[in-house]
Design a binder for this molecule. Structure first.
Ligand code: CTP
Length: 389
C-alpha cells in the first residue's frame, strides 16, 4: 500500500486526521486528502496540504481541479480509500449511494477497497439507522472499523470515538501486507450453524451467524492461503479469494470436509448441531398430542478429523461455552484431539455480535486475548496459524 485517498468527514475528530496523515507520511505512504464542507469547519485544507505535501480537494465544481485530475481518476489512482472520521451522515450517504459532493461522488465512483473509521456521538452510533447502515456497508464489502469506547467531546461516554490513527494505520498494513506467508498452503474452515430437518419445512438450528468463521477464512486468504470454507446457512458474502461450499446438515458438513482434504490446517468454527432428528417425509400436522422428536447424535467432525489418517498438521477447534469456559475448553481439546481450542464465553452478546473475547488453549497453556472485533480475532489467529505452520 503506497497511496491513500483520505476522505475527512465533518466531525470534531477531524483534527485526528492530521495525525493520521503525519503517520502515513512517516511510513512513506503518499496521501491525498478530500475534505467535506463540514470537515473544513474543523480543519483547514491548508493544514492537510502542508502535512500531506499534496494538493487538497474540496469541491466537485472546480474546473481547474477537474481538468488536471478528474474526480474518477482521483478515486482510482489510490490503493485504498480511507474515510476518517466517517460521520453518521457520510455512512448514511455511502449506504444509500448518494453522490452530492466530491467525497460521496468519489466513494460511489471507486473500485478500490474502502475503509471507514467512524466517529460520532454515542447515541448517533447506537441509533438503529446507523447500525443498519454499518451492517449494509459491511455486506457491500466496505471495511467499517469499530469506534473506540471512551469519553467524548460532547461529554458523554461510550462507543463513538475515532479509532486511534496508529490503529487505523495498523489495520491498513495488515490488510495490504505483501508477505503472503501462507502462500501454497491449503486451509479448511468450517463456519455457521447447521440445519437439521424435522420435516420438509421445519429444522433444528442455533444462533451462529458465521461471522467469526468467515472472518477467519478472509484473514487466512489475506495471508495467501488457499481457503476452502464449508459453511452452514448464513447470510454473509463470500470473502474474496475463498472457495465456499454450502451445506445444511452436520452430515453434509462432515462429507464436505472429508472431500476437501488434504489440508495443511483446519479451523473448525462451525456450530455443528449435536443431534439430528428423524426426518418426516411429509409436513407434520397438528394432532391431539405434540409429536416427540427422536434425536440421534451427529458425527463429531472435529474429533473425526483429528483421528483421521489424513489429519491436517494443525487442527484448531472452537469451544462456545456459557460457564467454566477454560475448564470445558481444556477438556474439549484433549477429548477431540485438537491442537488448539479457541474458547469463548457465549453467554453474552457474542453470538451474532461483532466482537469476541477468546482464550487460546494449547498444549502449552492458556492465553487470554482481550475483547476485540471478530475480524481482529481472525487476523491474530491467522498470524498464529501461519507461524505454527
Ligand atoms: N464440532 C464438530 N462436530 C460436531 C460438534 C462440534 O466439528 N458434531 C466442533 C465445532 O466446530 C467446534 C468444536 O467441535 O470446533 C466444539 O464445538 P462445541 O459445540 O463447543 O462442542 P460440543 O462437542 O458440541 O460439546 P458441548 O456441546 O457438549 O459443549
Amino acid at each position: 500500500m503506497k497511496r491513500i485517498l483520505l476522505i475527512v468527514g465533518g466531525g470534531i475528530a477531524a483534527y485526528k486526521a492530521c495525525e493520521f496523515v503525519r503517520l502515513c507520511r512517516k511510513a512513506g505512504i503518499s496521501v491525498k486528502c478530500v475534505l467535506t464542507d463540514g470537515a473544513q469547519h474543523f480543519v483547514t485544507p491548508m493544514t492537510l496540504a502542508a502535512l500531506s505535501e499534496n494538493q487538497v480537494y474540496t469541491t466537485l465544481w472546480d474546473l481547474k481541479d477537474e481538468t488536471e485530475m478528474g474526480h474518477i481518476q482521483l478515486s482510482r489512482e489510490a490503493d485504498v480509500i480511507v474515510v476518517a472520521p466517517a460521520t453518521a451522515d457520510l455512512l448514511a450517504k455511502m449506504t444509500a449511494g448518494i453522490a452530492d459532493d466530491l467525497a460521496t461522488t468519489l466513494l460511489l465512483a471507486t473500485d478500490k477497497p474502502v475503509v471507514a473509521a467512524p466517529a460520532m456521538n454515542v447515541r448517533m452510533w447506537l441509533h438503529p439507522a446507523t447500525q443498519r447502515n454499518v451492517t449494509q456497508l459491511r455486506s457491500d464489502g466496505v471495511t467499517v472499523l469499530n469506534p473506540d469506547e471512551g469519553s467524548m467531546a460532547c461529554g458523554e461516554y461510550g462507543p463513538g470515538r475515532l479509532p486511534e490513527p496508529a490503529a487505523i494505520l495498523d489495520h491498513l498494513h495488515n490488510h495490504f501486507r505483501v508477505d503472503k506467508i501462507l502462500a501454497n498452503r491449503h486451509i479448511l474452515v468450517t463456519a455457521g450453524p447447521t440445519h437439521e430437518p424435522i420435516d420438509p419445512v421445519r429444522y433444528i438450528a442455533n444462533r451462529s451467524s458465521g461471522k467469526q468463521g468467515f472472518a477467519i477464512a478472509a484473514a487466512l486468504a489475506n495471508l495467501g492461503a488457499r481457503v476452502t470454507l464449508v459453511s452452514g446457512p448464513v447470510t454473509l458474502p463470500t470473502p474474496p479469494g475463498v472457495t465456499r461450499i454450502d451445506i445444511e446438515t452436520a452430515q453434509e458438513m462432515a462429507n464436505a470436509v472429508a472431500t476437501a482434504l488434504p489440508a495443511d490446517a483446519a479451523v473448525m468454527v462451525a456450530a455443528v448441531g449435536d443431534w439430528r432428528a428423524e426426518t418426516a417425509e411429509q409436513k407434520l400436522k397438528k394432532g391431539e398430542t405434540a409429536p416427540t422428536l427422536h434425536l440421534s447424535e451427529n458425527p463429531d467432525i472435529l474429533a473425526l478429523l483429528s483421528a483421521s489418517p489424513r489429519r491436517p498438521k494443525l487442527v484448531v477447534g472452537f469451544a462456545a461455552e456459557t460457564e467454566r469456559v477454560i475448564e470445558h475448553a481444556t477438556a474439549k481439546r484433549l477429548r477431540k484431539g485438537a491442537d488448539w481450542i479457541v474458547a469463548n464465553d457465549v453467554s453474552g452478546d457474542v453470538m451474532g455480535g461483532s466482537d469476541n473475547m477468546v482464550h487460546l488453549v494449547t498444549a502449552d497453556g492458556v492465553e487470554d486475548w482481550e475483547r476485540m472485533p471478530k475480524d481482529q480475532v481472525a487476523h491474530k489467529l491467522a498470524e498464529r496459524i501461519a507461524h505454527a505452520l
